[in-house]
Design a protein around this ligand. Sequence first.
Ligand code: 5GP
Length: 179
Amino acid sequence: MKQVTLHDLTFEPFISAAEIDSTVASLAAQIDNDYRGRNPILLIVLNGAFIFAADLVRKITIPIRLDFIKISSYKGTESTGKMDEHFLWKSNLEGEHVIIVEDIVDTGHTLNYLKEKIGSQHPASVEVTCLLKKPTAYKYDDHLRYEGMSIEDKFVVGYGLDYNGLGRDLDSIYKRSGS
Ligand code: 5GP
């Protein structure tokens, strides 16, 4: 695999498609096991989680429902901490078992904001699955139930994740070179 250039930045191969696939399979197996008989709602956080979610839901074998929220706090390679919410899910979450599906958890502000919004609808339970987490950047104490891979605090693209609109279509994950 070669480096890729997106806008003004260069990225190098970081996590292979095979590693991603086995991580997603393991998350799906855990969800299958824990949610049998509960028909959870997976709330998919757009845009970045769309490829992770598409792979995850096809590996989960128990009945699930899906809904989507579009939200962003990133500009370029930095989290702004300010949420830009484009639309909210349509489901009534009262009494439901909700699993938030996030691509990557960095500071945790996006997740914390979402958890508060969801909590106000009185779901039966709320858990989180994310493909990637940057533990050194995370600003909260809680443990995420279904965490894929922990990575260093570097800006990554590919497999749904973009740099100013480019890179979402790469089938593996790349990290910013020289950072
Ligand atoms: P947080 O609110 O946890 O700081 O940031 C979470 C969101 O920021 C993610 O859903 C993702 O959209 C974006 N994000 C965080 N880290 C990265 C990264 O390394 N690369 C990309 N492309 N987006 C990121």
